[in-house]
Design a protein around this ligand. Structure first.
Ligand code: ADP
Ligand code: MG
Length: 568
């Protein structure tokens, strides 16, 4: 009996299709990349059931003529490459001419399209193996591809698709990456008819990051624009000590293409290693531009991985560019606004104060005056008096009895707790709509906790809408939070249990809100800010303990000091 058989055409097509199309995400990726290649300026993606039931990608690109529309579904048909030489210089995102036929082999596809030159548009519905219906329709310039019932004819593949939320979050992550690398395009995504995000076109990456992640996250980043011959590195990176609890915020792009790569990742993380605490990782939007012959994007069927021809050189260049830029950041650390001084210099000033000049640095003035000239009678009355900041974490204060060392975080926590509580009781608590709804995946236990705390969270201004399955959309939150804080704080509140030290659960939640929004330790403060904090602290009902009953200050009396120094 003959063992070797030629695979039936239909089966071989399905197998080939499976290599390109693994899941809804791969369909979205191929379709959106086609839209970009067709010079679209606006791309809308619509999904049902995480894309398992329906994926629709609508663009305003060049569109296709009736003839091209039919050709597009044949294997290895592409308008983007015609010889092997072209392979070396590929700039467009797609180029294998495999995507549309592969998608059509494993789903039900309808294409609608029109070019600028054509008077009427084209409707093309794939009805079976190499069969289709085609007709004329009215259609705006551009293309819409609708993909239904993915893997309806490949039951095994169908089973391998993950949950709706898992597929949806992959797609969200991908489109977010694309929105970052293509800030000049407009993107929207909706799921089950609800809009998840809509990003209008903006002028640069900075604006896009702001649009997606909000002001306070952007403020924790610095920008790099580095060029050396053919090598170009651009992007935004965490400014230490800021960072993220995991590496999910590290996005890499080569020639505008989102990619994963160990070399880039290790250059980044090694450069930051000495600068961040354990378990803190830099956020990075790293854009590398290289000549097309220095990098092979053709190693991975969906082009997510790349191969460098000189990996060590790339590693060194990125590492060095980052280190140089990071050095600038830490050297010019603004301890005093407006003056560029590093830590050593500031200590030198404390040891041997320079001659005081009117109008000089505020802090210099205070050290000089307070430590080396007798206080005037008028100032004596102004107790408690701020002396300075220790370790960028503790405020040193003098009062009539001696020295106070005040924990800046705990102090502000107490102040904010009382302020928030009063505002909430008085219903004077501003809330804001989320500019871009924040999608959250909640575990079953978090969902349970949500049910219990729903009323209280609403009182605090958190507005949450179920999106189906475990997905929820955070659409509103207290005005005191930035959109990038909102998610973390909300999750912390969900985890919060009623603290025994507080009267009720709402108070616990307010305390947590205060804790999350208070200034952290290891954070430089201006004198004005310290004085304000100390004043406010002594106005609270309990300046000694934060709402969670941690002490706010340590006191060393004048007597204790004198005794220790053998003066009494
Ligand atoms: P590839 O993108 O690798 O060329 P595809 O199968 O993805 O192969 O697409 C085949 C061809 O169909 C493309 O080369 C392009 O000419 C055309 N095409 C696909 N999608 C679009 C679109 N959204 N707008 C205009 N033309 C498109
Ligand atoms: Mg393509």
């Amino acid at each position: 009996m003959k063992k070797i058989k030629i695979l039936p055409e239909e089966l071989s097509r399905k197998i080939a299709a499976g290599e390109v199309i693994e899941r809804p995400f791969s369909v979205v990726k191929e379709l959106v990349e086609n839209s970009i290649d067709a010079r679209a300026t606006k791309i809308d993606v619509e999904l049902i059931s995480g894309g398992k039931k329906l994926i629709r990608v609508i663009d305003d690109g060049e569109g296709m003529s009736k003839d091209d529309a039919q050709l597009a579904f044949q294997r290895h048909s592409t308008s983007k490459i015609s010889s092997e030489n072209d392979l070396l210089r590929i700039q467009t995102l797609g180029f294998r001419g495999e995507a549309l036929p592969s998608i059509a082999a494993v789903s039900r596809v309808i294409l609608k399209t029109r070019t600028k030159e054509d008077l009427s548009g084209c409707y093309l519905e794939i009805t079976g193996e190499g069969e289709y219906k085609i007709s004329e329709i009215a259609h705006p310039t551009g293309t819409s591809v609708e993909v239904r019932d993915l893997f309806y004819n490949l039951p095994v593949r169908k089973k391998f698709m993950k949950s709706v939320q898992a597929e949806l979050s992959l797609i969200i992550r991908y489109l977010t990456q694309l929105a970052l690398s293509h800030h000049f395009l407009q993107f929207s995504l909706s799921h089950q008819g609800r809009l998840i995000f809509s990003y209008l076109r903006v002028n640069n990456l900075r604006e896009r990051i702001f649009q997606i992640y909000g002001r306070s996250f952007l403020d924790q980043l610095f920008e790099i624009n580095f060029q050396q011959e053919d090598f170009q590195l651009n992007g935004f990176f965490s400014r230490p000590p800021y960072g993220r609890p995991n590496k999910a915020w590290q996005l890499f792009f080569i020639n505008q293409r989102p990619i994963k790569d160990k070399i880039l990742s290790s250059a980044l993380n090694q450069a930051y290693f000495p600068l961040l605490e354990k378990d803190v990782f830099p956020a990075a939007f790293l854009f590398l531009n290289l000549p097309y012959q220095d990098v092979d994007v053709n190693v991975h069927p969906t082009k997510a991985e790349v191969r460098f021809y000189q990996p060590q050189k790339i590693f060194n260049q990125i590492y060095q560019a980052l280190i140089d830029r990071l050095n600038q950041e830490t050297e010019i650390k603004e301890i005093w606004p407006g003056q560029e001084l590093d830590r050593e210099k500031s200590f030198k000033i404390m040891e041997s104060p320079p001659p005081y000049q009117p109008g000089e640095l505020v802090r210099e003035k205070i050290f000089w005056k307070d430590l080396f000239s007798p206080p005037t009678a008028k100032e004596e009355e102004r107790y408690p008096k701020v002396l300075g900041q220790y370790l960028e974490s503790y405020i040193l204060v003098e009062d009539k009895e001696g020295l106070l060392i005040i924990d800046q975080h705990n102090a502000q926590e107490r102040i904010l707790y009382e302020k928030y509580k009063k505002k909430i009781e008085n219903k004077d608590w501003p809330v804001q709509e989320a500019l871009f709804p924040i999608l959250l995946e909640l575990t079953p236990s978090q969902q349970l906790s949500l049910e219990e705390k729903k009323n209280m969270l609403e009182t605090l201004g958190f507005k949450l809408e179920p999106m189906g399955g475990n997905t929820f959309s955070l659409r509103g939150f207290p005005e005191i939070l930035s959109s990038s804080q909102a998610e973390n704080v909300f999750l912390a509140l969900l985890e919060e249990e009623n603290s025994k030290k507080l009267d009720n659960l709402l108070d616990s939640l307010i305390a947590t809100l205060a804790c999350k929004t208070a200034i952290k330790i290891n954070h430089p403060l201006t004198f004005e800010k310290m004085e304000y904090l100390v004043d406010e602290l002594f106005k609270t009902s309990n300046p000694s303990f934060c709402p969670h009953q941690r002490p706010i200050m340590v006191r060393i009396t004048q007597k204790e000091i004198e005794k220790s120094l053998g003066r009494s």
